[in-house]
Design a protein around this ligand. Structure first.
Ligand SMILES: Cc1ncc(COP(=O)(O)O)c(C=O)c1O
Length: 297
């Protein structure tokens, strides 16, 4: 008797650069003996490519290479080789604007030398944008703005929170809470009631008067590349950013809240934990500077 499930899940057909070759679909496969597949022993970078140019490439490579060294990974492919891989995969996918993901794993143990597994993927941007980033605000033409819920499970990232590892289950399950609530993002809250970061983003709170708060990296949040760029852009605008804890009650009187990541850029939140966020002016000013930086880099 044939099994009632008609067709097995199909691997996506998009091209992938895998250990030096462009492959597609079922051929884009990693060994079950690879520590990335077995134990979540991998690191990755997700970045935006604008007009064939990866934004903040050096920063992404720095995070990847330092992370690999700190966690005792085999040496990953060089940034030059990965940059060539990005170009190859963009050509194969016929994309000039894209979301690119670079993954390196701890490889298969026992071989000498132990090599990382490595692959590079590119996808169109539109499919990756959250609804609040994809739609436009009717008045100011910026992003419509997102909605965030608070995770119901107190979150303790631990030291791995500082690295963009493929051990993502805790963050993915939190993101499911956002999906279930029809929200764009979920905010992770420590057992002490401090807002840490989003399930896939860093978080910023604007106090009326203009000062901004974002949790310090000492809280084991991901050192986001977009977070670092925002810190850099704020200073010349005369905006003071405090890298300081954000107690939950701050969300109740914040004039603006926004989240950042390389794909969504800066996303103003219009609703957080059921409260309407009243303003978005500072966020939009920073977003304009961010886009200017993208255009001129
Ligand atoms: C948990 C978490 N925090 C923050 C970020 C933002 O990082 P970046 O700005 O480097 O994309 C991400 C990105 O996916 C993330 O997964």
């Amino acid at each position: 008797m044939p099994h009632p499930i008609a067709s097995p899940a199909r691997a996506p057909d998009r091209p992938v650069w895998l250990d030096g070759r462009i492959v597609r679909g079922e051929a884009a496969a990693v060994s079950v003996f690879d520590r990335g597949a077995r134990d979540g022993g991998g690191l990755f970078e997700t970045l935006r490519v604008y007009g064939r140019k990866p934004f903040a490439w050096e920063r992404h490579m720095e995070r990847l290479v330092l992370g690999a060294a700190e966690l005792g990974f085999p040496v990953p492919p060089s940034p030059i080789r990965l940059r060539d891989a990005v170009a190859e995969v963009l050509d194969a996918a016929a994309l000039s604007d894209a979301v690119v993901r670079i993954t390196v794993t701890r490889g298969i143990p026992g071989g000498r030398p132990v090599r990382t597994g490595a692959w590079v993927e590119a996808e169109p941007v539109a499919g990756r944008l959250w609804p609040g980033a994809r739609t436009t605000h009717p008045e100011d033409g910026g992003p419509a703005g997102g909605c965030a819920v608070l995770s119901k499970t107190p979150f303790t990232p631990g030291f791995l929170g500082r690295h963009k590892t493929t051990s993502r289950l805790a963050w993915d399950l939190a993101r499911e809470e956002a999906r279930a609530a029809g929200a764009d993002e979920v905010l992770l809250v420590s057992p002490d009631g401090e807002v840490l970061e989003g399930g896939a983003s860093n978080v910023f709170v604007v106090r009326s008067g203009g000062d901004i708060f974002t949790p310090p990296l000492a809280a084991d949040v991901l050192p986001g590349i977009t977070r670092a760029t925002v810190l850099e852009l704020a200073a010349p605008l005369g905006i003071i950013v405090h890298e300081a804890p954000i107690p939950l009650e701050m969300l109740r009187w914040a004039s603006e809240v926004f989240v950042t990541n390389s794909v969504q850029e800066l996303l103003p939140l219009r609703e957080v934990a059921g409260r309407r966020v009243p303003e978005r002016e500072v966020t939009l000013r920073l977003l304009a500077c961010y886009r200017e930086r993208v255009a001129t880099s």
